[in-house]
Design a protein around this ligand. Structure first.
Ligand SMILES: NC(=O)C1=CN([C@@H]2O[C@H](COP(=O)(O)OP(=O)(O)OC[C@H]3O[C@@H](n4cnc5c(N)ncnc54)[C@H](OP(=O)(O)O)[C@@H]3O)[C@@H](O)[C@H]2O)C=CC1
Ligand SMILES: N[C@@H](CC=O)C(=O)O
Ligand code: NA
Length: 428
């Protein structure tokens, strides 16, 4: 039986995992697809570098075109990362009739529609399960499992690095920079970890999830993103005291034909299942009109979990090859995005203010909320380490983002408010 020939672009954290799984599970894999799977060629930057797996050096190349233009290669597995040049390799591979499996959320969030359109034109598969929530089969779930439903909300912890950092800060009081370094050493963080900590990686993943879940042409510019670099130990302590956890949440919501997609550090009720997702683990909560609430949990990054999704996609491609149905599954969106305005996006909010500690200040603060038509759910004045000033924590009822912006603006002109220390969206 002729082996399926795979060209592997990249032999880093994920690529090494792919080699281990394809080799270690070879018998199982070939039983499922009816042919052996062989990794025929591998792209690396540096052929002399020591690798975590034993590789026949003759398979290594430093020139991607050797693989992309190799007529014997059936499937390209892209785990090298990067956007512009990588897109050229993938489009050329598709042009030549090769199927593509990729973990590259940066590329799929920015150029997914173009790549999927080319795949469809050429009758090729492009599968990208590993690109969101590493080892959790969430893309397959949205596309196939929920094909019968209308999804109204997707809420996810989709970045392992930031969840790892927030968990260590919350459970061990660890310092941000130190934990980020650990996450990098463990292979969770992106080559440039700014995209993890500033929310861009999660925004890219939410672009992919919301496009698939809402079957709409969501683009990265439609997603508002904020990261965790401003989250302090104080915020985490106050959140806990009030029964919340701080998590970097991607939140995509749909009401009729209006949607909103955002990524931000969020205070989530400790009793919500997503609040107990810790460490490098990811979770995606999906609400559908018919199914109600569901949640999917697992490792969101790391060598073997991510490689599991890559190899599962490889199996799907080969099964399609056997059935002669490649290229039929590329999901092109058929709903046109209408983004909610700030007046239409509503949530509860947490505010931590540093204010003057004298008569009438609380009344002035309450007046601002009243003027902006924002209703207060609770107020707390914890004991704070200041002399003539104090801290006030306010949790609002549901309020529009626009109304909260007005509140902030009013506070910045109020002398009794020395500083708006933090503002969080509140969920659950
Ligand atoms: N790490 C993870 O947990 C996850 C990663 N991903 C995505 O998977 C992809 C790969 O990530 P990861 O394995 O962590 O990355 P690494 O940096 O560990 O590996 C990248 C690999 O690609 C090779 N490479 C990169 N650029 C070039 C180039 N221009 N020419 C030749 N070879 C090149 C490198 O070669 P060399 O080894 O010689 O340096 C290396 O083997 C990324 O898109 C990432 O976002 C997705 C989910 C989880
Ligand atoms: N850097 C990413 C890796 C997976 O996509 C993360 O931390 O989740
Ligand atoms: Na996944």
């Amino acid at each position: 039986m002729k082996a399926i020939q795979v060209g592997l672009l990249g032999l880093g954290t994920v690529g090494t995992g792919v080699v281990k799984i394809v080799e270690g599970h070879q018998e199982d894999l070939s039983n499922q697809v009816g042919s052996p799977i062989s990794i025929a060629q591998i792209l690396v930057k540096d052929r002399t570098k020591a690798r975590g797996v034993s590789i026949d050096p003759a398979k290594l190349t430093e020139d991607a075109w050797d693989i992309v233009r190799n007529p014997n290669i059936d499937v390209i597995v892209e785990v090298m990362g990067g956007i512009s040049t990588t897109k050229d390799y993938i489009l050329e591979a598709l042009e030549r009739g090769k199927h593509v499996v990729t973990a590259n959320k940066d590329l799929m969030a920015l150029h997914g529609q173009e790549i999927l359109a080319k795949a469809r034109e050429k009758g090729c598969d492009v599968l990208y399960e590993a690109s969101v929530a590493g080892g959790i089969p969430i893309i397959r779930t949205l596309v196939e499992g929920f094909s019968s439903d209308r999804i109204t909300k997707i809420m996810g912890i989709v970045n392992g690095t930031t969840n790892y950092i927030l968990t260590k800060m919350s459970q061990e009081g660890a310092a941000y920079a130190e934990v980020l370094k650990e996450a990098q050493e463990l292979g969770y963080a992106e080559a440039d970890p700014t995209s993890d900590v500033e929310g861009l990686d999660a925004a890219r993943k939410m672009t992919i999830l919301s496009s698939l879940g809402f079957r709409a042409n969501v683009s990265l510019e439609d997603v508002s993103a904020a990261g965790i670099s401003g989250v302090s130990q104080l915020d985490i302590r106050y959140a806990k005291r009030l029964g919340y956890e701080v998590k970097l949440l991607g939140i995509a919501e749909r009401q009729d034909d209006m949607i909103s997609v955002s990524v931000q550090p969020t205070m989530i009720k400790a009793s919500h299942p997503i609040a107990s997702v810790n460490g490098v683990f990811n979770a995606v909560y999906v609400h559908g009109e018919a199914v109600g609430e569901t949640m999917f949990y697992g490792a969101g990054a790391g060598e073997l979990p991510t490689a599991t999704s890559i190899v599962a996609d490889l199996v799907a491609v080969v099964k399609n090859m056997k059935l002669g149905v490649n290229g039929r599954q590329a999901q092109l969106p058929y709903n046109v995005v209408k983004l909610k305005t700030d007046e239409q996006i509503a949530s509860k909010f947490f505010l931590l203010l540093h204010v003057e500690d004298r008569a009438g200040v609380l009344a002035q603060i309450a007046q601002v909320f009243s003027n902006c038509d924002v209703s207060i759910e609770s107020v707390m004045q914890p004991s704070a380490p200041y002399k003539s000033s104090t801290e006030i924590i306010i949790i609002t009822h549901q309020a529009s983002k626009a109304a909260m912006n007005q509140v902030m603006q009013a506070f910045s002109g109020l002398s009794a408010v020395r500083e708006i220390k933090s503002v969080y969206r509140v969920e659950g």
